[in-house]
Design a protein around this ligand. Structure first.
Ligand code: NDP
Ligand code: MG
Length: 387
């Protein structure tokens, strides 16, 4: 029996993790759940999973009446609720499935308390890179950080099958997002409704827009750099519209290992939750005759400049990746709010990095300072952007 605390339980990843927990009550117990503002959805989860603690990070005590039937658990409010669930409520694993850089202090708090981190929140690793990895060295009981992101789970599984042989290259697959086949002119006028229609995955709004702009892949290049200690030139992105090959690893003898399956996040979530066991997920099984073919192409750098920016941020080092993430979070949110054109997202990120130059990221305080500086600069740049 493993006890899991879920940060961001009302989101796409959090809710699917609870589906896995519900399938295996003999394996998983829920210690804590947090949501930001979806109180009713959280109340329902509390009724079903009986956590010791529940938190609403986007509310203050008194903002909402807690129903009688869920008063049995310890209710926390505001950003501290996240830290309480990450650090104070006893558990084995903390699933960090909140969206955005807010996940970084939670990851650090969970590790500070000795919890194993199941990481969906890629922004924490992109921003905190070296500091997060230093806090997540393997312990006496095995890994202390297990990736949930499907590509990184795939690479992680391939590397475990490689029995310690060093890899030559990581082949990171990408669906190409909603705008894979859009022309540059179509991209300039792309709407939020169009961006939110992801062809293969059903996910939260921020990551769905990131998939359309390919900033999601940019973040994942940086995520792979840290998780697998890869040099930038060891990471190659391939557009694979079928989303069946979740990523691949190439070795020096020419062999390539891949992890495949129907695109369903319950598989990598369950892999992380039950590691190293494989458990039933209720996900559909890949039906290869109906899939027919798998194709792979290179990324078009003109329509999708985000991917090149990730490599550039890795070359810059320091806090560049943190600032790329921060500027993208700001621009992504502004696009979703209707105040920025789609192709301006990349412009805001590039311009933010160009204007600030690089900042150090040796300490967590420096990371937070770089994040704040990039957000300020990105907002300034957006004031002058015409939609
Ligand atoms: P969602 O938007 O669906 O869910 C986000 C969760 O975080 C919700 O529970 C939300 O609460 C909570 N939340 C939102 N803002 C804050 C905040 N400021 N502080 C604390 N909690 C907050 O996101 P996803 O589940 O899609 O993604 C979560 C993370 O996982 C992201 O980092 C994403 O990149 C990553 N990921 C997601 C994948 C997917 O398939 N969805 C795949 C791979 C990675 P509320 O519901 O109350 O708003
Ligand atoms: Mg992914």
């Amino acid at each position: 029996m493993r006890r899991i605390n879920i940060l961001g339980s009302t989101g796409s990843i959090g809710a699917q993790a609870l589906q896995i927990a519900a399938l295996h009550p003999e394996l998983f117990q829920i210690g804590a759940l947090t949501a930001h503002s979806q109180a009713e959805a959280l109340f329902e989860q509390v009724r079903k999973f009986h956590p010791q603690m529940a938190g609403l990070t986007g509310m203050k005590a008194g903002d909402i009446e807690i129903p009688e039937d869920v008063k049995f658990c310890d209710w926390r409010f505001g950003p501290d609720a996240l830290l309480c669930a990450a650090r104070d409520v006893p558990c084995d694993d903390v699933l960090v499935s909140v969206v955005g850089m807010i996940g970084l202090p939670a990851v650090m708090a969970a590790r500070g308390a000795g919890r194993r981190v199941l990481l969906a929140n890629k922004e924490a690793l992109v921003a905190g890179g070296q500091i997060v990895m230093a806090a997540c060295a393997d312990g006496p009981d095995g890994p202390t950080l297990i990736p949930v992101d499907s590509e990184h789970s795939a690479i992680y599984q391939c590397l475990r099958a490689a029995q310690g042989n060093p890899y030559e290259k990581i082949l990171l697959t990408a669906s190409g997002g909603a705008f894979r086949d859009f022309t540059l002119d179509q991209l300039k006028n792309a709407t939020l409704a169009q961006a939110l229609t992801h062809p293969n995955w059903s996910m939260g709004a921020k990551i769905t827009v990131d998939s359309a702009s390919m900033f999601n892949k940019a973040l994942e290049i940086i995520e792979a750099r840290w998780l697998f200690d890869a040099r930038p030139e060891q990471i190659e992105v391939l557009i694979h519209p079928q989303s069946i090959v979740h990523s691949m690893v190439q070795f020096r003898d020419g062999a390539v290992l891949a992890q495949l399956g129907a695109p369903d996040m319950r598989v990598p979530i369950a892999y992380a939750m039950a590691y190293p066991q494989r458990i039933e997920t209720a996900a559909p099984k890949a039906d290869f005759p109906s899939i027919g073919q798998c194709t792979f192409t290179a990324v078009d750098p003109v329509r999708f400049p985000a991917v090149g920016m990730a490599y550039e941020a890795l070359r810059m080092g320091g806090a560049a990746a943190c600032m790329l993430n921060a500027a993208n979070e700001e621009a992504n949110a502004r696009f979703r709010a209707g105040g920025l054109g789609f192709m301006q997202i990349g412009h805001v990120v590039e311009e933010t990095l160009a204007r600030i130059g690089n900042l150090p990221a040796h300490t967590i305080e420096e990371v937070y300072a770089a994040d704040a500086a990039a957000r300020r600069e990105a907002r300034r740049i957006m004031e002058t952007c015409q939609e």
